[in-house]
Design a protein around this ligand. Structure first.
Ligand SMILES: NC(=O)c1ccc[n+]([C@@H]2O[C@H](COP(=O)([O-])OP(=O)(O)OC[C@H]3O[C@@H](n4cnc5c(N)ncnc54)[C@H](OP(=O)(O)O)[C@@H]3O)[C@@H](O)[C@H]2O)c1
Length: 283
């Protein structure tokens, strides 16, 4: 069985652990390391995994290491792990989940030949519906990349992309659950504005978003056709769609995805220019 270490059991680290364990990975083969012992204790209690506060001990003898700390901490944490990675009997694959941090910055702080993979995950991993985009570094074999994809497959969908697509991927899947939560929130407020109780408005909005997502995933029709199909001539839905278009919904998404990708690129430049990426607290 593959032995796994997760460095940083925050939102993404926990989503990964939850997905791996519920996807059939044995909890005793999953190590987590945090600076705060209380956080490790919480994760152990919830998922039955093994917790550490020493990152080097956590990765001793493991096959893969997932780096789930903030982008500004990622290269420094990896540099601290380099000797232990070298001392592991088998090749240890390093997988960075950090937004913006390029493969080159990661490869620069470990010994030449260390297999490094960059992943852009998202938080729906917590419920086994994540989207992970994966790019392999210079020293990753096809078998190692496949092993990483197989592990991530337990927490949702996986796609292999070119590294130069990662900033756009961050805008499309890494950060986008937040856009959809915002859409849900706005719909709920719309319902409350119409006089519905908040819990009823919430149930209607969330259930509809979920149903629409399933139609896009499971049916043969794409979003444009699905939307056209529910817009009867002169009806209620086309009136609402027109109001959304006039309010700039499309322009808002063009702009949001563009600034998100730009921010990801900025974080990458900062991490390439120094050991840390400044004090920004970014996802
Ligand atoms: N959140 C998202 O939706 C999202 C989406 C895509 C990608 N990402 C990427 O995922 C990574 C993690 O993000 P997050 O949202 O999960 O952040 P987070 O919730 O702040 O979690 C970071 C975790 O790292 C731990 N940590 C910090 N320094 C450490 C160190 N030196 N050694 C060991 N553990 C350390 C922190 O806990 P202690 O301080 O208690 O140790 C904390 O639990 C980021 O690089 C981000 O770019 C996040």
């Amino acid at each position: 069985m593959t032995k796994i270490a997760v460095i940083g059991g925050g939102k993404i680290g926990e989503a990964l652990i939850a997905g791996l364990v519920s996807g059939g990975v044995s909890a005793k083969d999953v190590h987590v390391s945090n600076r705060r012992a209380e956080r490790g204790g919480e994760l152990t209690e919830e998922y039955g995994i093994v917790d550490f506060t020493d990152n080097r001990q956590a990765i001793d003898g493991v096959d893969v290491v997932f780096l789930c700390v903030k982008p500004k901490d990622t290269t420094a944490v990896l540099a601290e792990l380099s000797d232990t990675i070298d001392n592991n009997a088998e090749d240890t694959t390093v997988i960075s989940m950090a937004a913006g941090v390029p493969l080159k910055s990661l490869e620069d702080v470990v010994s030449a030949g260390t297999p490094v993979v960059r992943v852009m995950p998202n938080t729906p991993m917590l419920v086994g519906r994540g989207m992970c985009a994966v790019s392999g570094g210079r020293f990753v074999s096809d078998a190692q990349l496949e092993q990483v994809c197989d592990l991530l497959d337990t927490v949702g969908d996986v796609v292999v992309v070119e590294e130069n697509q990662m900033d756009a991927v961050t805008a499309m899947s890494g950060s986008s659950p937040a856009y959809l939560f915002l859409v849900a929130e706005a719909m709920i407020d719309g319902g409350v504005n119409l006089g519905l109780p908040r819990d009823l408005a919430s149930r209607l909005a969330v259930s509809t978003l979920t149903g629409a997502a399933h139609m896009m995933l499971e049916g043969d029709l794409g979003p444009s056709e699905l939307r056209a199909n529910v817009c009867s001539p002169g009806g209620t839905t086309i009136a609402a769609v027109r109001a959304l278009e006039e309010s700039g919904i499309r322009a808002a998404f063009y702009r949001a995805t563009q600034v998100c990708a730009q921010r990801s690129a900025e974080i990458g430049r900062m991490s390439a220019g120094s050991a840390g990426a400044g004090d920004d607290d970014e996802d």
